[in-house]
Write a protein that binds this ligand. Structure first.
Ligand code: GTQ
Ligand code: FE2
Length: 353
């Protein structure tokens, strides 16, 4: 009998013995943590997601072709999903967020429904369409930021003359991660509208609050539309006084006027003016971030790779990938949105240079 110590054969035996053991415990629905621990508790964020950019002229052309292939009614929502190239087929742009481009043609309506997933719209191109949310019928103009909170009834329509295109971002990958999705369709195609356009902004976001404002608005902003026409002059003010962050430019966060918190518990958004000649310093954070270009042109270097952007382009920065913005034309304006509020609520959000 030989004692095999430190011979190749013994390693083989150990591997074989381990495998036999793993096979045995698998029958009891048990598995060895030590084989997977390094991949579970990583020293830094790991992601399959990759940086990507969608050029608006290309997307617009393809979207308008979708208008020939399917009606809004048939599609329920005529949306092209922005699929992260690192995870095709998963219907998501980051691990936690869905993004899509929605088109509504003149004369069309997209029926009223509600769902647990929260949504935001950032309007890209066209005039004359509306989104009705919780009884407020909001007109949609380029750069408007419109929120649809958890379970809020909403429908879209286009009584105008031109196609209208916007960016949708929803937290359904987050909701589905928790396996907590519900949705409901209304019998009426359009909801009853009882608040005029802009009502919630004037009512809640101009320095006063109506008596009896609901506690429900601690969790989500009562403001349906944060219009670009009201936001852009605020960015100009910041620029004028030199309140320009070296990484993010002159930036505001869309806030819940009740408590200063994010607009939604799962998603937070910002709008930034990057002045002409801006050369941003590098930044990274654990919240994968979707950007939409409201104005101007520039280049964002993500993980060492340049992405050139123009008006209405959309691009994504995965978690913990370093990025920096450079402006190539006149003043640029970038909209951004991420799951930062969710990460902050869980105490896991981090940033660094
Ligand atoms: O407009 O209601 O992109 O429910 C995905 C799901 C848009 C919408 C999307 C939706 C909507
Ligand atoms: Fe919806």
């Amino acid at each position: 009998m030989t004692l095999a110590i430190d011979t190749p054969g013994s390693k083989h035996n150990i591997t074989g013995a381990r495998q036999a053991y793993y096979d045995k415990i698998a029958k009891f629905h048990l598995a060895p943590l030590w084989e997977v621990l390094k991949g579970l508790v990583t020293p830094e964020p790991k992601t399959q997601m990759v940086p990507a950019l969608w050029k608006f002229p290309e997307v617009e052309k393809l979207m308008l072709e979708a208008g020939d292939v399917i009606t809004a009614e048939e599609a329920e929502r005529r949306v092209l999903v922005l699929e992260n190239p690192g995870e095709p087929g998963k219907s998501r742009v980051t691990n936690s967020l869905f993004a899509g481009i929605q088109l509504i043609m003149p004369g069309e309506i997209a029926d009223a429904h509600q769902h647990v997933a929260s949504a935001i719209r950032f309007v890209l191109k066209g005039k004359g369409a509306y989104t009705a949310v919780e009884g407020e019928k909001s007109s949609m103009e380029h750069g408007d930021f419109i929120i649809t909170a958890n379970w809020a009834p909403h429908d879209h329509g286009n009584p105008g003359k031109e196609p209208v295109i916007w960016l949708d971002v929803l937290d359904m990958p987050t909701v589905n991660h928790f396996q907590a999705s519900f949705a409901n369709h209304f019998d009426e195609k359009m909801q009853n509208v009882n608040h005029e356009d802009g009502d919630s902004f004037e009512r809640y976001a101009t320095g006063v609050l109506p008596d009896g404002t609901s506690d429900a608005f601690m969790k989500r902003s009562p403001v349906i539309n944060y219009p670009y026409a009201k936001m852009r002059p605020i960015l100009e003010r910041l620029k004028k006084t030199g309140d320009v962050d070296k990484r993010h430019g002159a930036r505001v966060r869309y806030a819940n006027p009740i408590n200063g918190g994010p607009v939604l518990p799962t998603m937070g958004a910002s709008l930034a003016l990057l002045p002409k000649g801006f050369k941003g310093e590098p930044y990274r954070s654990t919240d994968g971030t979707i950007f939409a270009v409201a104005d101007g042109s520039g280049t964002t270097t993500i993980d060492g790779k340049p992405f050139e952007w123009g008006v209405n382009d959309v691009f994504v920065v995965p978690p913990w990938k370093r990025y920096s913005h450079t402006v190539t034309g006149g003043d640029a304006v970038l909209f951004s949105i991420s799951d930062r509020p969710a990460q902050e609520a869980l105490g896991i959000w981090r940033e660094s240079n």
